[in-house]
Design a protein around this ligand. Sequence first.
Ligand SMILES: CC(C)(COP(=O)(O)OP(=O)(O)OC[C@H]1O[C@@H](n2cnc3c(N)ncnc32)[C@H](O)[C@@H]1OP(=O)(O)O)[C@@H](O)C(=O)NCCC(=O)NCCS
Length: 163
Amino acid sequence: MSISEISENSWQGILKVQADAYADILQEEIDVLKSKWKASPETCFVFQGPDNEILGYLLAHPWNSDEPPKLFEALLHKPAGDILYLHDLAVRRKARGFGVGKQLSSTLIEIAKLKKFERILLVAVQGAEGYWFKVGFREVHNIFLGPSYGINAKLMSFDAQGY
Ligand SMILES: CC(C)(COP(=O)(O)OP(=O)(O)OC[C@H]1O[C@@H](n2cnc3c(N)ncnc32)[C@H](O)[C@@H]1OP(=O)(O)O)[C@@H](O)C(=O)NCCC(=O)NCCS
C-alpha cells in the first residue's frame, strides 16, 4: 500500500473513487480535476491498495485568497500564493475507516510545512467538517463561498506553520 504522485494512468481509478464517494451529488468532469493536478502535480496524490487499486485521492494547489475557487470550473492558469487549497479528498467506501484519508491529509500537511505555505484551506461538504476538525482544521466564518458548494458547505483552515 502506498501514496504516490498522480500520473496520466491514475485517472480511470480516480474517477471510480469520485463516482463512489460522491454518488449522491453532481461530480466534476475529468478536465476540471485534471486542471488542478496540472497546476500543481507535487501536491496531488493517490493511495493505492495491495493490488495497486486506487482507493483514494487528494488534489491540492496553491491559492492566494480566502475565497475558494468555484466547483465544476477548471483552473485556467497556474495559481500562486501562500495558501494551499485542498480541492478534494475522497476515499472508496470499502476502504474507509482504515486511515487512508488520514495518510493522504498528513502527506499534504507535511508538504505544506516543508514548502512554507501559511495555511491549508478547504471547503467541507457532505458533513465532512467533523472529519476535518479531527485532522486539525478550524472553521473560517464570514467568507462568501458561492452557490456551487451547496448550502451546508463550510470553509475550513489549517495553520501549517503553527503545528
Ligand atoms: C472523509 C473521508 C475522506 C475520510 O476518509 P477515511 O479514509 O475513512 O478516513 P480515516 O480512516 O483516515 O479517518 C477515519 C476517522 O475519521 C472519522 N470520520 C470520518 N468521517 C467523518 C465525519 N464526517 N465526521 C466526523 N468524523 C469522521 C471516522 O470516524 C474515523 O475516526 P477514528 O479514527 O476516531 O475512528 C471519506 O469518508 C470520504 O471519502 N468521504 C466522501 C468524500 C468527502 O466528503 N470528502 C471530503 C470533502 S471536503
